[in-house]
Ligand binder design. Structure first.
Ligand SMILES: Nc1ncnc2c1ncn2[C@@H]1O[C@H](COP(=O)(O)OP(=O)(O)OP(=O)(O)O)[C@@H](O)[C@H]1O
Ligand SMILES: [Mg+2]
Length: 252
């Protein structure tokens, strides 16, 4: 399997991790890439944003708690797009025995996953607990959605320090991407934060920022991605452009 495995991470809540995961996954799928989207958040917002609201279907919880293979719980949600939902018991993973190996659950499940996919997008919860550790072990690339304010910058330095610790411990080096996912393009502060990010993290900030837009907040209520809800919107265009940034590594 030669998929690019990308974990979408930020310990801060509500920054656009799920919105980015959903619309990027669908954007990639619409461009003809085969995508597996994984809901690593017990809130299960990735699944519901894609219109999957049944709580009784098994998902990643069964993979982690019962050892069933990933492919047995994947569901095809759009052309070229498969989903592993969180399942209703994913938060119980925190109670599992097994010490350090509990952080490797997702990585091991992916190592056994033999299907041909081009991208695996992992949406993670707003925490720095065991589930996020699983996201860090499993991925080679980290995508960090950020809002454009100064407190977000502080949170980011904390996150970057965590990533560096992981890199040292695992002797690997992540490709790190930052996306401004709730960008107020008319606010000077947002522009300033973007400039600072580019200065501090050269080769990481993706060129397209996603503007704050009502359409993006409305989509999940309809179980639709922006490409379905408002295909001709600025938001849809921005996501397509962001997808192309990610495909070709277009950064500032
Ligand atoms: N660019 C945007 N414009 C407008 N609303 C947005 C945008 N991005 C995200 N939102 C909205 O903001 C809220 C939080 O976004 P989202 O759920 O994607 O964040 P998150 O980081 O996944 O949150 P959590 O940490 O709880 O998992 C949602 O209601 C979402 O619809
Ligand atoms: Mg989320």
């Amino acid at each position: 399997m030669t998929a690019r495995v990308i974990s979408v991470i930020n310990q801060k809540g509500g920054v656009g991790k799920t919105t980015t995961s959903v619309n990027m996954s669908h954007g990639l799928a619409l461009s003809g890439y085969r995508v597996l989207a994984i809901d690593l958040d017990p809130q299960a917002h990735l699944a519901s944003s894609l219109g999957i609201t049944r709580e009784d279907i098994a998902g990643l919880d069964a993979v982690f708690l019962k050892g069933v293979p990933l492919h047995s719980v994947q569901i095809t949600v759009r052309e070229n797009l498969k989903l592993i939902s969180a399942g209703g018991h994913l938060n119980e993973v925190e109670n599992l025995d097994g010490g350090k190996s509990r952080g490797l659950l997702l990585k091991r499940a992916l190592d056994q996953y033999n299907e041909d996919v081009d991208f695996i997008i992992i949406d993670s919860p707003p925490s720095s607990g065991l589930l996020v550790i699983n996201a860090l072990f499993a991925a080679e690339e980290i995508l960090i959605p950020m809002t454009g304010d100064y407190l977000a910058m502080q949170g980011l330095s904390h996150l970057m320090a965590t990533l560096t610790n992981f890199e040292e411990a695992l002797q690997k080096s992540y490709k790190q991407w930052i996306v401004l996912s709730r960008f107020h393009d008319r606010r000077r502060l947002a522009q300033e934060v973007r400039d600072k990010l580019i200065e501090y993290f050269p080769d990481s900030v993706l060129q397209t920022s996603i503007s704050e837009a009502a359409a993006l907040a409305e989509c999940p209520g309809f179980g639709q991605t922006v490409y379905e809800y408002r295909p001709n919107s600025k938001s849809a265009d921005e996501y397509t452009s962001l997808v192309n940034d990610l495909i070709s590594g277009r950064v500032f």
